[in-house]
Design a protein around this ligand. Structure first.
Ligand code: F6R
Length: 602
């Protein structure tokens, strides 16, 4: 989704902005632009498409202060006119923006009669509004910005430059992420620490409805009424090597391969020296105090919630309900007496989930965020956080975050169960079982050639496909089908195997690929019955089975793992299937069309 970078007081501004935007490419975008101020000269450069195209246009663009943006179109098509930065009526003020301004049409009508707009974006209206207050009404820049912020409704992260003053970038935020990066003799602005990690690991958070005056040698935080706020800096635990592809052709493949390491990192993070599971006692108490757990999430994280439900229920003796964040934000169902909301989010920035968290906080409902990004909005605003320790996930298609989410929740379930004296929890040797999962993933990863060869025939040209499974395998089928469709564009559904015959089987015709997941010793035979039903109607079937239920005829066989953890190991071959299918179809694995890594609009 949209990304913001900015720098003040470094003569290398153009390079810093372009390199920052390159680091944000993974988030998904369709156009980009920079504005650079050098002495009396200013340069506004925009391009539709990749950053490489923008970069090619920046020869001779020099200056010490600038802002840049990657745009993921919401209001208006991806054109140069709609790309950010946008300028005010006279061109003096220049603005980049992430988020959605809800009342932009009202603002246009009420304040901006006679103004000329180049594109259709809400952002252009915001910068015209600031320009009007400063240039037509005579307010100082700061007063004009503040006045505009009091009027604008919606989500935003803004970085504003007055081209008559190269010494300052003004920023403000509400709901959309934005950070200040602290350099040596210069300062930066970014929507994601990853953008500026080449320059600094020192950052400062900005809270909602704060305005920050960023100069080369100072950062001043205040609220919209001008009251100063103190803010300490923090060190981002990111490593440049974490965000490189190394020798891998795609981030997705690197991240799939990292999964055994992530499992072992989680063991380290959630055990003590004696190998005992350790989770923050306040989190254990929050679960113990709840009469029902509500898991709120979107997409892959939602699927990780389903995959963890049985384990959480059986080990914590607490019922677990799942909610799609984008639905619950607007219609909260009847809740139990003592709910606990668990937000699962790789990025910690998903606007749909945040919307529910804001409501939960208003209602006084305790909350826990399970996220990969420390300091992210969902982490900051929930009562508790558990981290995934998966390292940055750059590919749009989530892989290692999904498996880490289930593993992190396994530590939670085990810790609560043990504290409650739950017999199943006491018998569940999580550290040992997770080590077996890591080994099982390693052996699947050593079968890449086999998986690749199976996929070529099955998925190279098909228009649609189905994943089927029962029990835990059904939940994996949901995730497997999302993975396949989001990067290969094959229309794919994940189905409860037994439900297929109640309608959807009508779609099976000669050659339709059906991929069946078999891990549960009780349910596998029933799924095999459903495989017969689709095969009899012409489906081309591929089976993925755990050894305990495998037959000689199965295509991909995995080491058996503990049933609570089978969604972790079963998903790995399906990630590789999505990866190879996408390669065979000649598509960009890491940057699927229309998608963004971190979805910061509702
Ligand atoms: C798919 C994928 C998305 C995310 C969803 C929620 O591969 O990554 O479905 O899972 O957008 O994002 P987070 O987990 O960051 O809240």
């Amino acid at each position: 989704m949209c990304g913001i970078v900015g720098v003040v007081g470094n003569t290398n501004a153009t390079d810093i902005l372009i390199q920052g935007l390159e680091k944000l490419e993974y988030r998904g975008y369709d156009s980009a632009g920079i504005f650079v101020l050098g002495g009396a000269e200013s340069h506004l450069v925009k391009a539709v498409g990749r950053i490489a195209e923008l970069s090619a246009k920046t020869a001779g663009v020099e200056g010490a202060t600038g802002i840049g943006h990657t745009r993921w179109a919401t209001h208006g098509k991806p054109t140069e006119d709609n790309a950010h930065p946008h300028r005010s009526e006279t061109g003096r003020f220049v603005l980049v923006h992430n988020g959605v301004i809800e009342n932009y049409l009202e603002i246009k009508e009420e304040y901006l009669a006679g103004h000329h707009f180049k594109g259709q974006t809400d952002t252009e209206i915001a910068v015209h509004l600031i320009g009007k207050f400063a240039e037509e009404d005579g307010l100082s820049v700061l007063e004009a910005f503040k006045k505009a912020l009091h009027i604008i409704r919606g989500s935003y992260a803004f970085a504003l430059i007055d081209s008559e003053n190269p010494d300052v970038i003004y920023v403000a935020k509400n709901k959309s992420p934005l950070l200040i990066g602290l350099g040596d003799g210069y300062n930066m602005v970014c929507s994601d620490a990853m953008a500026m990690i080449r320059e600094t690991n020192q950052y400062m958070e900005i809270h909602d409805q704060e305005l920050v005056i960023v100069k080369a040698d100072s950062v001043q935080v205040q609220d919209y009424d001008g009251n100063r706020r103190e803010r300490a800096s923090y060190t981002a635990e990111l490593d440049l090597s974490d965000i490189g592809k190394g020798t891998y052709p795609y981030y997705m493949l690197k991240e799939i391969d990292e999964q055994p390491t992530v499992m072992r990192k989680l063991i380290q993070a959630y055990t003590d020296e004696a190998g005992q599971v350790v989770v923050d006692p306040a989190i254990i108490k929050a679960v113990q105090d709840a009469d029902r757990i509500y898991i709120l999430a979107a997409g892959t994280s939602y699927h990780a919630g389903f995959a963890s439900k049985k384990m959480l229920e059986e080990l914590t003796d607490t019922p677990v309900e799942l909610g799609i964040s984008s639905e619950w934000g607007y219609g909260m169902p009847l809740l139990s007496q003592k709910p606990l909301f668990i937000f699962i989010s790789q990025s910690g920035e998903t606007a749909d989930s945040r919307q529910v968290l804001v409501k939960a906080n208003e209602m006084g409902i305790p909350s826990l965020t399970v996220t990969n990004v420390p300091g992210s909005t969902l982490s900051r605003e929930a009562n508790h956080t558990m981290l995934l320790h998966a390292g940055p996930e750059i590919a749009v298609a989530s892989t290692k975050a999904y498996t880490a989410q289930i593993a992190a929740l396994a530590f939670l379930a085990k810790a609560v169960g043990e504290a409650n004296g739950n017999a199943k929890a006491q018998a569940f040797d999580l550290v040992h079982e997770l080590s077996i999962v890591a080994q099982s993933i390693e052996s699947t990863l050593s079968e890449k050639e086999l998986i690749d060869s199976k996929v070529r025939d099955l998925l190279e040209t098909t228009r649609n496909a189905f994943y089927i499974g029962r029990g835990q395998d059904y939940y994996v089928a949901m995730e497997a089908s999302l993975k396949l469709k989001e990067i290969s564009y094959i229309q794919c559904e994940g189905f409860a195997a037994g439900e297929l015959k109640h309608g959807t089987i009508a779609l099976i015709e000669d050659g339709t690929p059906v991929l069946a997941l078999l891990s549960d010793s009780v349910l596998a035979n029933h799924t095999r019955g459903n495989i017969q039903e689709v095969a009899a109607r012409g489906a081309k079937v591929l089976t993925i089975a755990e050894e305990n239920v495998a037959k000689d005829t199965d295509d991909i066989v995995l080491t058996t793992v503990h049933p609570y953890l089978s969604p972790i190991s079963m998903v790995v071959p399906t990630q590789l299937i999505a990866y190879f299918a996408t390669l065979h179809r000649g598509l960009d694995v890491d940057k699927p069309r229309n998608l963004a890594k971190s979805v910061t609009v509702e």
